[in-house]
Design a protein. Structure first.
Length: 509
């Protein structure tokens, strides 16, 4: 027996009589086998993937969308979102060589698949949620809603607000004026030289200044055009790089990107609905809860959200659709309390008398007619009597210095808010559960998977990429809950059932 200093590998020059099979590259419980079983269970043509229903045609055939979807699922699960990295890994990663059967698509083909199939990726994500519901991994009774900011493929400097554009125009005006003065001084100097008979009349410096002024004028014209476009469209921001990215703030965080809305089921913290927006959380409570209710096919749904979603109109829409919302009420800016004056909560409503009672015990009665506020709510206004307010000892704490009476506005559907307020008094346990439910996916996606920004631009492409992120989160979570064997067996049963159905349909036809 020969003694060796170290363990040695096989010679690279050694010929192999029987080369190893690609099947032997991965173990029996490898993740790629689960990805293979899942994609095989999907009806890609029904989901809308391009080329999925293609037959044999003349010309160079495209890559099978099933193979491209497998590639992206593997990539996003393993933090390989770049199309160029996926191209490299497809040539050297044994797991990908097994998964793609040694196919090696180029990075442009890989990137185009994600760009062109954004709707189909959303449909695939929804299809997986329906599979999880069949497996009884979704409770369907309580969901939590929240939003998180993700960086877009744009910088903060590339996004302009009206104020920023106005400041830029003012700064350019000053620079143009300064260069104008320099041009005048230069012209005067050249005139003196010509009068004295010195110099050749060359205008080198003047030509440079003139070119700089022309460039500044062109830049000012572009800024003015952007400002005019904002004024005409009514929008508040304009993005030069990604047209749909916006400057968004939440707490002490400000990003140039998007706000991802999530609806998470409480049973296993699975994402049941999601959407990408470029605005704040306000105004998205009902839309997200309604989407989740439709997906879960629930007759009644409890939706938990934070104070950023509080809106009387949204609460009314939820109640009308069988959605019981739990949202902490907004405290407002506390302007009256800071001034030492009574706020609206210091006035109690008497339903029998249809009047409000002030701190001094006087009644405020409804004024004739209805009034619409700036948010579109139709309100009834209740006013005090001047004679009573003039002699009231609490007048200074109630009325503004120049006011003669106090007015309280009541929404015509104020009973919705009263029922919501009564629910919130005993909802402390639910609200503590909310953060534990909805923060789990965001924490996993951002911290474990490392996805904090989008690689693509525009709503459609961003929504497609987010669908990949959400699908990979749900996929990994369900695989961990069920275990490899049960997951693969369920997918195989779906494939068998689909084939049996296709055969029966063909025989019937």
């Amino acid at each position: 027996m020969t003694n060796h200093t170290f363990k040695t590998g096989e010679s690279r020059e050694q010929a192999s009589l029987l080369p190893p099979r690609i099947e032997d590259y991965v173990g029996p419980n490898n993740l790629v086998r689960a990805i293979e079983s899942f994609v095989c269970a999907l009806d890609l043509a029904k989901l809308g993937f391009r080329h999925a229903g293609r037959g044999a045609e003349v010309g160079q055939p495209p890559y099978d969308p099933a193979d491209m979807l497998k590639l992206y699922l593997y990539g996003y699960i393993n933090q390989l979102g770049s199309s160029r990295r996926l191209e490299r890994e497809a040539c050297r990663n044994l797991e990908l060589i097994w998964l793609l059967k040694n196919l090696r698509p180029g990075y442009r083909t890989i990137a185009n698949f994600r760009k062109e199939n954004w709707k189909a990726l959303k449909a695939a994500n929804r299809s997986f949620v329906l599979m999880a519901r069949e497996l009884e991994l979704i409770g369907g009774a309580v969901v939590a809603i929240d939003g998180a900011l993700f960086h877009g493929d744009a910088s903060k400097a590339s996004i302009f607000t009206r104020r920023k554009l106005a400041e830029q125009i003012a700064k350019l005006d000053k620079e143009i004026e300064a260069y104008g003065r320099s041009l005048d001084d230069n012209d005067a100097t050249e005139a003196e030289h010509r009068t004295d008979g010195h110099g050749d009349g060359g205008g080198g410096d003047g030509d440079d200044l003139g070119a700089k002024v022309a460039a500044l004028m062109a830049k000012r014209s572009r800024a003015q055009a952007d400002l005019d476009r904002l004024e005409a469209s009514g929008e508040t921001q304009i993005s030069k790089t990604d047209p749909d990215a916006r400057l968004l703030s939440k707490g002490d965080q400000t990003v140039a990107g998007y706000n991802v809305q999530l609806v998470v089921d409480d049973k296993h913290n699975l994402i049941v609905a999601s959407e990408v927006v470029n605005s704040s959380d306000t105004g998205h409570l009902y839309a997200m809860a309604k989407t989740a209710k439709d997906v879960l096919e629930a007759e009644e749904l409890q939706a938990l959200a934070d104070v950023g979603y509080y809106s009387s109109l949204e609460l009314k829409a939820c109640e009308d659709d069988g959605i019981i919302a739990y949202v902490p009420p907004s405290e407002g800016n506390g302007r009256l309390e800071k001034q030492g004056r009574f706020s609206r909560k210091d006035f109690s409503y008497d339903g029998a008398a249809d009047a409000y009672r002030c701190a001094a015990g006087a009644m405020l009665h409804p004024m004739p007619g209805r009034f619409q506020n700036t948010s579109g709510r139709v309100e009834i206004r209740y006013a005090s009597r001047k004679t009573i307010c003039d002699t009231c000892q609490l007048r200074a704490r109630c009325l503004a210095p120049k006011a003669t009476t106090r007015t309280i506005a009541r929404w015509e559907h104020e009973d919705v808010l009263e029922r919501h307020q009564a629910r919130m008094q005993s909802a402390g346990g639910l609200m503590r559960r909310r953060s534990a439910i909805v923060e789990h996916p965001f924490g996993t996606i951002k911290c474990r998977a490392g996805y904090r920004h989008f690689r693509v631009r525009g709503f459609n492409k961003v929504r497609g990429e987010w669908s990949l992120m959400a699908l990979c989160y749900n996929f990994t979570r369900v695989l961990n809950i069920l275990g490899f064997d049960r997951f693969v067996a369920y997918m195989a049963a779906r494939v068998f059932s689909a084939r049996q159905h296709a055969i029966l349909t063909a025989l019937h036809c």
